[in-house]
Design a protein around this ligand. Structure first.
Ligand SMILES: [Zn+2]
Length: 153
C-alpha cells in the first residue's frame, strides 16, 4: 500500500478504494509477467528445455507461458532450429568442395571442374598421400597405364 503515494493523482484515494485500485493494478501486472516477461532464469530454462528437444507447447506448459510466446522467444534468441528426427539422422554425404577440403581428406576430384556436381572425395587419406586408399589405387593404375614414370616392367 506504500506505493499508492507514488501515483500523484490517485493520492486522495486512500482507504478501501485505494486498496482495490492497487490490487487490480497488481493483478494486471502479475498477469503480464506471466505471459510476456522473460527473466534470465526463464530464458535459461527455455534454452535447456529446447536443447532437450521438447516441443514448444510442452516448454510453454513447463514455463507457464503460451506456445506462441515460446516460439517467438526461440526465434528472437536465434536458437538452432531442430529439424524432425527423421530429417536429421540420415545426413546425406557432405559435398566436399574446395572450401571444405581439409588436410587429411582425399583430394581426388569427382565430376567435371566448373560443374555444379564437381567435388572432392573427402574420405580420410592414406598418411603421406593426397588420396584415400581407394583413390591411391586408381591413381597408381592411371599413371601406370599412361606409361609415365613406371619403373615396373
Ligand atoms: Zn578418395
Amino acid at each position: 500500500m506504500g506505493n499508492i503515494g507514488e501515483f500523484g493523482l490517485e493520492g486522495g484515494f486512500h482507504g478501501v478504494f485505494g486498496g482495490i485500485f492497487v490490487n487490480m493494478y497488481a493483478n494486471v501486472k502479475v498477469n503480464n509477467n506471466m505471459s510476456e516477461e522473460w527473466t534470465p532464469k526463464r530464458v535459461s530454462a527455455l534454452i535447456a528445455l529446447w536443447n532437450e528437444g521438447l516441443s514448444t507447447s510442452v516448454i510453454g506448459e513447463r514455463l507457464g507461458v503460451t506456445k506462441n510466446a515460446v516460439v517467438g522467444k526461440v526465434h528472437r534468441l536465434g536458437l538452432p532450429k531442430r529439424g524432425s528426427p527423421i530429417k536429421q539422422k540420415p545426413r546425406p554425404a557432405e559435398i566436399i568442395d574446395l572450401a571444405s577440403l581439409r588436410p587429411g581428406m582425399c583430394s581426388w576430384p569427382e565430376g567435371e571442374p566448373g560443374k555444379d556436381d564437381f567435388h572432392f572425395c573427402g574420405s580420410p587419406n592414406v598418411p603421406g598421400k593426397p588420396y584415400c586408399e581407394d583413390h591411391c589405387k586408381r591413381a597408381y593404375v592411371k599413371s601406370t597405364r599412361d606409361g609415365r614414370r613406371t619403373s615396373a616392367a
